[in-house]
Write a protein that binds this ligand. Structure first.
Ligand code: GDP
Ligand code: GDP
Ligand code: MG
Length: 306
C-alpha cells in the first residue's frame, strides 16, 4: 500500500470521528455564519483536539471570516486544513550530525518504545547508517529478548547485559561499543514502569549523566514515545517526562487503533514539542516521518467509512 493510503487507512477512525462530522455540520448549514462556527467549535471541543487548540482554531477561522478570506461554505474545509497545518508545524529531521549520535527513547510501559526502536533502526539502516541499540530496559528479561528480536529484524547491533543490571552500565558499554565500531547512531531503549516515578526519573537522569560524560559532543535526540489511544493522558505523561529530560521530539504510536488523532494538535499546542514520527501499526515499516500536510490531508480524505 502506498504511504498516503496506509496513513489514510491508519487514521480512518480519527477521520470518521472528527472530520466526517465536520462534513455533517457543513451539510446542515447553507452559509458560513455564527451558528455554523458555534457548531464546529462544539465538535472540536469534544474531540481530542483539546480546548486550547480549539480556541486557537476558532479564533483563526473567525479572523478568516472577518477579513473576507472565508465566505462560502465549501471554503471551510480548506480554511481548516491550512490553519491546522500551520498550527501543527513540521516535525523536522532527526539531528544526527555526529558519529555516533545518540537517540534516547523514553516513555511509559506499552507506549511502543521498543517497537519504535525497531522501526527507526530499520529506517536508518535503510539509509546506510550503522546502528547500535542499547538494551537499557533491564527490568524484565522479556524486554531484553524483545529488543533483541527487533535488532535481528532491522539489522541493528545490540549491546545487552543480564536482567536487573544497571541500565546506566548498559549504556556505558553500548557507548564504548559504538565508538569502537564507529557506529553512526546509538539508540537507547529504556524502562517505562511508572509504579515508582521517582526511581524511573532518577534512572533516566543517571543514563543522561553517562551519555554526557562519555559523549559530551554527540548530537542528541530525546524521543518521547506516546500511545495516541490514551488521549489527553498522553499529554500528562509528556509533562512528567519533560521534567526528566529535554525532549526533542515525539513518536506518536497506535494512530491506527484510535479515533484520537486530534491529540497531535493538542500536544503541539500544549507542549510545543514537534512530532517526529507516527506509528500506524505493529510491523517494521508501519512508521512514517511526520509531515503535517500529509497528516492533515489523510485526516480530511474521503471514503473508508467504518
Ligand atoms: P514499550 O513498552 O514502550 O517498549 O512498548 P512496545 O514496543 O513493547 O509496544 C507495546 C505494544 O504496542 C506491542 O504489542 C506493540 O506491538 C504495540 N504497538 C507499538 N506501536 C504500535 C502501533 O503504531 N500500532 C499498533 N496497533 N500497535 C503498536
Ligand atoms: P552515579 O552512579 O550516579 O554516580 O553516576 P556515574 O555517572 O558515576 O555512573 C553511572 C553508572 O554508569 C555507574 O553506576 C556504572 O554502572 C556505569 N559506569 C560508569 N563508569 C563506568 C565504567 O568505567 N565502566 C562500566 N562498565 N560502567 C561504568
Ligand atoms: Mg520496551
Amino acid at each position: 500500500m502506498a504511504f498516503l493510503d496506509k496513513l489514510k487507512a491508519g487514521l480512518s477512525k480519527t477521520k470518521n470521528a472528527i472530520f466526517g462530522q465536520v462534513n455533517e455540520v457543513l451539510k446542515a448549514f447553507v452559509k458560513v455564519d455564527e451558528d455554523l462556527l458555534d457548531e464546529l467549535e462544539e465538535l472540536l471541543i469534544v474531540s481530542d483536539i483539546g480546548v486550547n487548540a480549539t480556541e486557537e482554531i476558532m479564533e483563526r477561522l473567525r479572523d478568516d471570516v472577518k477579513e473576507g478570506r472565508l465566505k462560502e461554505k465549501d471554503q471551510v474545509i480548506d480554511a481548516l486544513k491550512s490553519i491546522l497545518e500551520e498550527m501543527i508545524g513540521e516535525g523536522g529531521e532527526l539531528e544526527l550530525s555526529t558519529t555516533p549520535s545518540v537517540i534516547l527513547v523514553i516513555g511509559v510501559n506499552g507506549a511502543g518504545k521498543t517497537t519504535s526502536i525497531g522501526k527507526i533502526s530499520n529506517r536508518l539502516i535503510g539509509k546506510g547508517k550503522k546502528v547500535v541499540v542499547a538494551a537499557a530496559d533491564t527490568f524484565r528479561a522479556a524486554a531484553i529478548e524483545q529488543v533483541a528480536v527487533w535488532c535481528e529484524r532491522s539489522g541493528a547491533e545490540l549491546v545487552r547485559q543480564n536482567e536487573g543490571s544497571d541500565p546506566a552500565a548498559v549504556v556505558f558499554d553500548a557507548i564504548a561499543y559504538a565508538k569502537r565500531k564507529q557506529a553512526d547512531v546509538l539508540i537507547i531503549d529504556t524502562a517505562g514502569r511508572l509504579h515508582n516515578k521517582k526511581n524511573l526519573m532518577n534512572e533516566l537522569a543517571k543514563i543522561n549523566r553517562v551519555i554526557e560524560r562519555e559523549l559530551p559532543d554527540a548530537a542528541r535526540e530525546n524521543l518521547l514515545v506516546l500511545d495516541a489511544t490514551t488521549g489527553q493522558n498522553a499529554i500528562l505523561q509528556a509533562k512528567e517526562f519533560s521534567n526528566a529530560a529535554n525532549i526533542t521530539g515525539l513518536v506518536l504510536n497506535k494512530l491506527d487503533g484510535t479515533a484520537k488523532g486530534g491529540i497531535v494538535l493538542s500536544i503541539k499546542k500544549e507542549l510545543g514539542i514537534p512530532v517526529k514520527f507516527i506509528g500506524v501499526g505493529e510491523k517494521i515499516d508501519d512508521m512514517q516521518e511526520f509531515v503535517a500536510s500529509e497528516f492533515i490531508e489523510a485526516f480530511f480524505s474521503e471514503g473508508e467509512e467504518e
